[in-house]
Design a binder for this molecule. Structure first.
Ligand SMILES: [Zn+2]
Length: 345
């Protein structure tokens, strides 16, 4: 049998058991290996007095399946203090209030980039309340820089939290070897706040930044240029460009579905349920149901199919590793084809 090493990404734990439940969720039983120190005499506690209630914490998914960390925290008794005091081990990676790991809360922030609270809750299978809670705990301009060795691609994005007064806030992330981690969720999205954050990045890390990716908001682009100068390229985030060119497709989809609702039988229209998701998904990972929905929709609306194909071919251009000249040539060619199609949306 092949052995797979799983990067659990949790400090101070050792895996005891890995199993799956009937929903194919991963249940990983762990034990804490960080020594517990007596709060009073500061000596290491080794005598086990008992166990606390089993903790079941949601963690970052593995292979797109939910993961839960199971642990029974040990209660130690001090052999040195006269009162034989007992103390339960601390789990630094766990948030007892939300019953999720801190990495999971960071993961939720990552998911919120280019998405909404409702969509993330649905996708991850959690509640909106939990996401708001995680968000409140993540908001901070403080970062433990000691844990970070390199930044490489720095992302400045916005996430929308439609609750209370904080409508939009900026999220700073770092992308290394294709893996994105959220560095900080800032209290607002003002240019000054972003600039102050960038200024406070330690010098040793500032010079590891190779590129700054941000949305089209001028404030962020200016803030990044003021801090990093002209040596580091500041590029408009492909996702934000994509959001702009996907919008007309969304508008056309709404218009066409409205028309079809009037023209089709109730039964036929019902079969188009989920069309919005199917259109937004990466076509390479579409499941069978979504593919069926799409082909039905396109048979009723050839114009939507055309717009969809144009959208995909533009995405292809962005995904391909072109040099500047090639890319600009490809885009011009794309514009010409779209113009000639007389598609209007
Ligand atoms: Zn003690």
């Amino acid at each position: 049998m092949a052995v797979i090493t799983i990067p659990l990404d949790l400090l101070d734990v050792e895996i005891i058991k890995l199993e799956t439940n009937t929903d194919n969720d991963f249940i990983i039983t762990v034990k804490n290996i960080k020594p517990t120190v007596c709060n009073k005499c500061k000596k290491k506690m080794t005598k086990i007095h008992g166990y606390g209630d089993t903790i079941f914490a949601r963690h970052v998914p593995l292979f797109e399946q939910p993961v839960y960390i199971e642990i029974r925290p040990v209660r130690f008794q001090c052999q040195y203090c006269k009162d034989n005091r007992t103390q339960t081990e601390q789990l630094d990676w766990y948030n007892p209030r939300s019953r999720v790991t801190k990495k999971f809360e960071k993961y939720l922030m990552c998911m919120l980039i280019n998405s909404t609270v409702i969509d993330v809750a649905k996708k991850v299978g959690t509640t909106e309340g939990l996401i708001y809670g995680a968000f409140e705990r993540q908001v901070s301009e403080q970062v433990d820089w000691d844990e970070i060795y390199t930044l490489e691609i720095l992302g400045i994005d916005e996430i929308s939290i439609k609750k209370g007064h904080k409508d939009f806030v900026a999220v700073i992330s770092s992308r290394v070897n294709g893996k994105t981690i959220v560095l900080a969720v800032l209290p607002d999205r003002k240019k000054q706040t972003v600039k102050k954050f960038l200024e406070n990045i330690p010098e040793r890390l500032k010079c590891t930044v190779t590129k700054v990716c941000t949305d089209m908001y001028d404030g962020y682009i200016n803030a990044a240029q003021e801090i990093f100068g002209n040596k580091i390229p500041v590029v408009a985030d492909r996702f934000h460009v994509a959001r702009l060119y996907r919008k007309p497709l969304d508008t056309l989809r709404k218009k066409e579905l409205k028309r079809l609702k009037l023209e089709l039988s109730e039964e036929a229209y019902k079969e188009l349920k989920g069309a919005m998701w199917a259109l937004r998904k990466d076509p390479n990972v579409l499941d069978k149901d979504s593919t069926t929905t799409l082909s039905k929709l396109f048979s009723y609306s050839p114009i939507l199919q055309l717009a969809y194909q144009f959208m995909l071919s533009l995405t292809d251009i962005f995904e391909t590793d072109h040099n500047k000249m090639e890319a600009s040539k490809e885009i011009k060619k794309w514009i010409k084809t779209v113009m000639e199609s007389h598609l209007d949306c």
